[in-house]
Design a protein around this ligand. Structure first.
Ligand code: AGP
Length: 590
């Protein structure tokens, strides 16, 4: 997934460079800019981070029309040659692309002996535009748009026209206006730094953007009406000397308060009692951390739900045969609201007539348009690639949503409902207490950093927490890690346990403490070091003690020591915790 930006207006070069910095979370292995000059298009691009491009771009004079791109490689290695923008052979067109052209090889073959400068799929579009151009750029863009298959948000700059054009299908593209300019961008929060009126471009649409207006067309050229709205103010990149990830972990206490408030401010479960009682099946659908929060929320709500509730990985949901009907409630969880797998799953449920909910951190994101209802988790901008505060806030929103559903279905007594809602007010202090003792986690990180592998184990509601802890460690420290239901190790994985391995045992349910003691003995007797995350000590473990909490809420807090552990281990290994290798914040390709 990549970040794309286009602007017609004052200071187009500096605006584009600033936008790319805001979009860097979407991919950061190379970047580039193209500026419209008199009779030609000037390109500046480089492998490496935006800072390197900003250095190089100091040589560029300002302009009125520019496009920019920050890349997360899908086709072709990380190199300057594979960085966007791409020029057409005679320099008439420059393009930037976010997505995957599934038929690029076929299109490339049709272009015969034309010389390509990159190994990418995207460059084909620049060549096609020039080959199909007969004088009218809009007609050219429409013609080429009908040739493409796959996911794409493509912005086109040409020497032939003072406008910008775009082709959009499945990858996000926002159109925006301010008093001084017009914009095309991958991300609504980014464009909101300039635009006070925005529109989310529908799939299979061509956009023609001038300095004061936008026209939308179907790929056959029929005009489309698209509504504009006022976006939430764009959040600037936080100014911090330290790491964004640690900053965002320290925000968790305050964001938990906001998540609870945001749930009620957003109207809570927007179903009638009759609709709630008709529901026969529930899916919680997401990817990565979002999937883990769904798994955790369902493992807790299972104690009060009388209906089948299943966590499903979005990328599986699309291609598997999960039954959906009008009595199916599907909750799509996504911090960015732009994850392609999750969007495709939501579109599929909507087509099948299911009830769709978006639980997201990004107002106005594509997911909020794909779903009938939206709950904002109130976590505020999350810029570190490894998701932390969004996970904890998703759990607050999901727990309240599933609690409301139980209350409306009559399986949750009001006394239990109100007690749990009240107990949520204890969460911020509980997290603050863990943050105050984070030095204990930092000290443990010293022992974990040299392990050959780290296994996270937990039973029932602690297993999803184990999954999230393991994902955090993997994605920023690059240490191999896996999560297991605690009772499962002995069915094979125990063969991997030796004195080079560390095990993190999560145990928040006192009723299962003795079971966890047995699991710990199985691994310590084979040489493993064990760290426990529990409100009580476990024998033979290095303890990370949790504050005592309502069992249904323990998972919201138990993740915090694991987030900190991943952070400190990665720091000790000298990793880039905010922008880990091979990753990006929002995966907008399937
Ligand atoms: C989280 O730490 C990961 N970076 C990643 O798994 C992420 O949770 C996943 O890509 C889903 O993103 P979303 O919540 O924006 O949909």
């Amino acid at each position: 997934m990549c970040g794309i930006f286009g602007v017609i207006g004052q200071n187009a070069v500096s605006s584009t460079l600033r936008a790319l910095k805001l979009l860097e979370y979407r991919g950061y292995d190379s970047a580039g800019i193209a500026v419209k000059r008199e009779g030609f298009l000037e390109i500046c691009k480089t492998e490496g981070r935006i800072a390197k491009l900003q250095q190089l771009a100091q040589a560029l004079s300002e302009g009125r029309t520019a496009i920019g791109h920050t890349r997360w490689a899908t086709h072709g290695e990380v190199s300057t040659a594979n960085a966007h923008p791409f020029l057409s052979p005679n320099g008439k067109f420059a393009i930037v692309h976010n997505g995957i052209l599934e038929n690029y090889a076929e299109l490339k073959a049709q272009l015969g002996k034309e010389k390509f400068t990159s190994q990418t799929d995207s460059e084909v579009v620049a060549h096609l535009l020039e080959r199909e151009h007969r004088g009218n750029v809009l007609e050219t863009v429409l013609t080429v748009s009908r040739m493409l298959k796959g996911s794409f948000a493509i912005v086109v700059l040409s020497t032939e026209d003072n406008k910008l054009f775009a082709i959009k299908n499945k990858s996000p593209l926002v159109v925006g206006f301010s008093q001084t300019g017009s914009y095309l961008c991958s991300d609504i929060r980014c464009v909101a730094h300039w635009a006070n009126s925005v529109a989310v471009t529908p799939d299979n649409t061509v956009v023609e953007l001038s300095d004061s207006s936008a026209r939308f067309f179907t790929l056959d050229g029929a005009p489309l009406k698209v509504d504009f709205f006022v976006p939430e103010a764009g959040e600037s990149l936080p100014q911090t000397d330290g790491d964004l990830m640690l900053k965002e972990i320290t925000e968790i206490p305050d964001k938990l308060r906001r998540a609870k408030q945001a749930y009620f401010d957003g109207g809570g479960l927007q179903l009638t009692v009759e609709q709630a009682r008709k529901i026969r099946r529930i899916y919680l659908v997401g990817c990565g951390t979002a999937y883990n929060s769904g798994m955790q929320a369902i493992s807790v709500a299972r104690q009060w739900l009388d209906v089948d509730a299943i966590p499903v990985i979005a990328g599986e949901f699309i291609y598997d045969n999960y039954p959906v009907d009008g009595d199916t409630l599907s909750i799509f969880i996504s911090q960015s609201g732009e994850t392609a797998d999750t969007l495709r799953a939501a579109e599929r449920v909507r087509e099948m007539g299911g009830i769709t909910y978006a639980v997201t951190n990004t107002a106005g994101s594509s997911l909020t348009f794909a779903c009938r209802h939206t709950i904002n988790i109130g976590a505020g901008g999350e810029f570190a690639v490894a998701s932390t505060k969004a996970y904890n806030c998703q759990l607050v929103s999901l727990t309240l949503l599933l609690l409301d559903l139980g209350r409306m279905r009559g399986t949750v007594p009001f006394s239990f409902y109100s007690k749990l809602v009240e107990e949520m007010d204890a969460l911020p202090d509980a997290v603050s207490q863990i943050l105050e003792e984070s030095y204990l986690v930092a000290r443990l990180a010293e022992r974990v950093k040299d392990c050959s592998a780290v296994f996270y184990i937990g039973r029932t509601t602690d297993y999803p927490t184990a999954c999230e802890g393991s994902l955090k460690l993997k994605e920023i420290s690059y240490i191999h890690s896996e999560a297991y239901p605690a009772g499962e190790l002995k069915h094979g994985t125990l063969a991997l346990i030796d004195d080079s391995v560390c095990v993190v045992a999560i145990s928040t349910d006192k009723a299962l403490k003795d079971k966890m003691v047995s699991s710990v003995k199985e691994v310590t007797s084979r040489g493993a070091k064990v760290v426990s995350v529990a409100p009580y000590e476990l024998p033979d473990c290095e303890p990370l003690l949790l504050p005592a909490l309502h069992p249904a809420l323990a998972g919201i807090v138990a993740a915090v020591p694991l987030q900190l552990l991943a952070y400190y281990v990665a720091k000790r290994l000298g990793r880039d915790v905010d922008k880990p290798r091979n990753l990006a914040k929002s995966v907008t390709v399937e």
